[in-house]
Design a protein. Structure first.
Length: 551
C-alpha cells in the first residue's frame, strides 16, 4: 500500500509502531469477545449468575490494553502522517530547488503545486480513516483466527467465502482506484483552469469573445470532472453494496451450510455466529473507508511518483563535489555554445547557436533581437540555468563543468523579465542598512517603501518600482556580473534615461560587468558592445558611443 510506503520515508520505524498498536487493538477486541463467550458459557453450564472475578479482571486488563492500543494508533498515525507530510513536503521543495531548470519547466508549475498542497491535504484530512481501516483489517484477521480455534470447518468455509468475496471486492477496488486516478487528473485540469482565470482576469475582462470561449472551455472541464466524480461515487456505492451482500452471504454460510457438514457444530454455532456478527463493525468500516483509502493511496502514489521523478531530475551540480571559482575574472569565453529545444516528431526544433562570444570584466554589453530570436535562451545558457548541448564556457581559461557550475551561477545577479521579488532579502550577505538606504534613494524608491530588518516594508508596487527593488537586491548580493532582461521597459521616461546614462556608468565604475537585454534603440550608445540575436544566431554589432562622453 502506497500510504505505508509513504510512511516508511519518515525517519525511524513508524510502520512497526503503527502495526504494533493496531495489533494490540485488534487482538484485544477479539480477546474481549472470547472472554465474554467464556463467561456466558460458564453461566449457562453452572446456572449461577455470580461474578467470575478472574474473568472480570482479565476483561478489565484486556479492555485497558484495547483502549490504549486504539488511542495510541489514532494519535500516533495522525502525528506520524503529519510528520511524514511535513518531511515529504520539505523533501519535494528541496528536490525542486536542486532540479535541472530545463526539465522543471517541462513538468509544469500546476502539477508541482497540486502535489505539494492538494495531495498532502487529502492525506492529512483522512488520517483518522486510515487508522480505523488499519485497526479493522487486523481485527478481521483476529476474528478469523478465533473462528479457527472454535471450528476448523467453519473457519475454512468462512475463509473461502471471505477470499472469494475479497477477490471480487479487490477487483472492484482496483477499478475504483483507476477512476480515482482519472478523477485526480481531471481535477488537476480544473485547478489549472481556475489558476488561469485568476492569472488572466484582465485579458478575460477585456475581450468578450475570449471570456465566452474560456467559459465554454472551463464548463467542459468542470463537466468532465463532475462526470468522473459521479462515476467514482457510483462505483464506490456499488462496492459498498457488494460488501454488504458478501457479509450476509458469510452469515448464511455459518448458519445454514456449516451445520450440515459438522454434527457437533451446534455447540459452537452461537460462538461462531457471534464472532461473525462481531465482524460487522470492522468489515463495515473497511467497506466504508475503501473509497477514502483509494483516494489516499492515489494521493500517496502521486507524491511518491513525483519524488522519484524529481530525484531523477537532479541538476548536474548536485551530484558532484563543488569547486570554487575566483571572485574576480578578466575574460569569459563562450565557444560553440548550442542548445536545442525538444520538438514533436516531424517538426523542426528551435535551436540557439553555435555561439562564440568573449566577455570582459567591467564592460556593458547590450543583447538585442526580436521576439523568438533566442534572447531568453541565451540568457539562461549564460547564467547556467540551461546546460548547453554542445560547446563550453570558460572563465580565464578554466572550463565550467558540473563541479564548478554552482560557483558559475553564483557569479550572476539577475533581474529577468519574469522575475519574482521576495519580500524577504534571501541570501543577502551581511546587509548594510546604510548602503541599502542609499540604494533606495539612488533608485528613487525610498518614498514608497523601506527596508525593515531583512525584508522590505511592502512590495505591493507598480511593476517598474518592483523592478527597482529587484535591482537593489541584485546590487546588495555583490556579484561580479549583473544580468538585466528588459529592465528599463517598465520605467518612466525620466528614470529610463537615468538608468542608461547614470546607473549603468556608475555600475561600470564599480567594476561590474553588465549584460542587458534591451529594445531601447535610442540608448544603444550607452553600451560598450552590442550583440544581436536572430533565429538563434548571435552576431556582434559595433556599438555607437555618445560623442565626447566617457561612460
Amino acid at each position: 500500500m502506497k500510504v505505508l510506503e509513504l510512511l516508511a520515508t519518515q525517519q525511524g520505524t513508524p510502520r512497526i509502531r503503527l502495526l504494533g498498536s493496531a495489533f494490540v487493538a485488534g487482538v484485544g477486541s477479539v480477546v474481549l469477545l472470547a472472554l465474554v463467550n467464556i463467561a456466558a458459557e460458564h453461566i449457562a453450564r453452572s446456572g449461577y449468575d455470580q461474578v467470575d472475578w478472574p474473568l472480570a479482571i482479565a476483561f478489565a486488563l484486556t479492555a485497558a490494553a484495547f483502549f490504549g492500543g486504539e488511542f495510541y494508533l489514532v494519535a500516533r498515525l495522525g502525528a506520524d502522517m503529519e510528520t511524514v507530510i511535513d518531511q515529504f513536503r520539505v523533501r519535494l521543495l528541496n528536490r525542486i530547488r536542486r532540479a535541472d531548470y530545463a526539465q522543471m519547466e517541462r513538468v509544469g508549475q500546476e502539477r508541482l503545486f497540486e502535489s505539494i498542497t492538494q495531495t498532502t491535504q487529502t492525506l492529512s484530512q483522512n488520517t483518522q480513516y486510515l487508522a480505523q481501516a488499519l485497526r479493522s483489517a487486523i481485527l478481521t484477521v483476529s476474528v478469523l483466527i478465533y473462528i479457527l480455534w472454535l471450528s476448523p470447518l467453519a473457519f475454512c468455509m468462512v475463509l473461502a467465502v471471505t477470499l472469494v468475496g475479497g477477490w471480487l471486492y479487490a477487483g472492484l477496488g482496483q477499478r475504483l482506484m483507476e477512476r480515482y486516478q482519472h478523477m485526480m487528473v481531471e481535477e488537476a485540469k480544473l485547478f489549472e483552469g481556475i489558476t488561469g482565470l485568476f492569472d488572466g482576469i484582465k485579458e478575460i475582462r477585456l475581450s468578450s469573445a475570449r471570456s465566452e470561449d474560456f467559459g465554454r472551455a472551463f464548463t467542459e472541464v468542470t463537466d468532465r470532472a463532475t462526470a468522473i466524480r459521479t462515476d467514482v461515487q457510483i462505483h464506490g456505492f456499488q462496492q459498498f453494496i457488494f460488501g454488504q451482500v458478501a457479509f450476509y452471504t458469510l452469515l448464511a454460510v455459518v448458519v445454514f451450510v456449516v451445520p450440515t457438514y459438522a454434527d457437533d457444530f451446534r455447540h459452537e454455532v452461537v460462538k461462531v455466529t457471534t464472532a461473525v456478527l462481531f465482524m460487522i463493525g470492522p468489515v463495515g468500516v473497511l467497506i466504508q473507508t475503501m473509497a477514502i483509502l483509494a483516494q489516499c493511496n492515489a494521493a500517496a502514489e502521486r507524491m511518491l511518483a513525483l519524488d522519484r521523478q524529481l530525484g531523477a531530475m537532479a541538476d548536474a551540480s548536485e551530484v558532484v563535489t563543488p569547486r570554487p571559482l575566483p571572485q574576480t575574472f578578466d575574460t569569459i569565453h563562450f565557444k560553440g555554445l548550442e542548445y536545442t529545444y525538444p520538438a514533436p516528431e516531424g517538426e523542426q526544433p528551435f535551436a540557439v547557436g553555435p555561439i562564440h562570444l568573449q566577455l570582459r570584466r567591467g564592460e556593458i554589453v547590450f543583447v538585442t533581437g526580436g521576439n523568438g530570436s533566442g534572447k531568453s535562451t541565451f540568457m539562461k545558457l549564460l547564467t547556467g540555468l540551461y546546460t548547453p548541448h554542445f560547446g563550453k564556457i570558460s572563465v580565464d581559461g578554466e572550463e565550467i563543468g558540473p563541479s564548478t557550475l554552482k560557483a558559475w551561477r553564483g557569479m550572476f545577479a539577475t533581474v529577468f523579465t519574469d522575475f519574482h521579488l521576495f519580500q524577504r532579502l534571501h541570501g543577502v550577505p551581511e546587509l548594510d542598512s546604510a548602503e541599502a538606504r542609499q540604494l533606495l534613494q539612488w533608485l528613487e524608491i525610498d518614498k514608497v517603501t523601506a527596508i525593515d530588518g531583512d525584508h522590505f516594508a511592502h512590495i505591493n508596487l507598480s511593476t517598474g518600482q518592483r523592478k527597482r527593488l529587484a535591482l537593489l537586491v541584485a546590487l546588495l548580493e555583490k556579484r561580479p556580473i549583473l544580468v538585466l532582461d528588459e529592465w528599463a521597459a517598465d520605467q518612466d521616461p525620466h528614470f529610463r534615461r537615468f538608468f542608461y546614462y547614470e546607473i549603468l556608468p556608475e555600475l561600470k565604475r564599480r567594476g561590474l560587468t553588465v549584460i542587458a537585454v534591451t529594445h531601447d534603440d535610442h540608448y544603444f550608445d550607452a553600451a560598450d558592445r552590442r550583440v544581436h540575436l536572430e533565429e538563434g544566431q548571435l552576431t556582434e554589432i559595433k556599438a555607437t558611443r555618445r560623442s565626447g562622453e566617457v561612460v
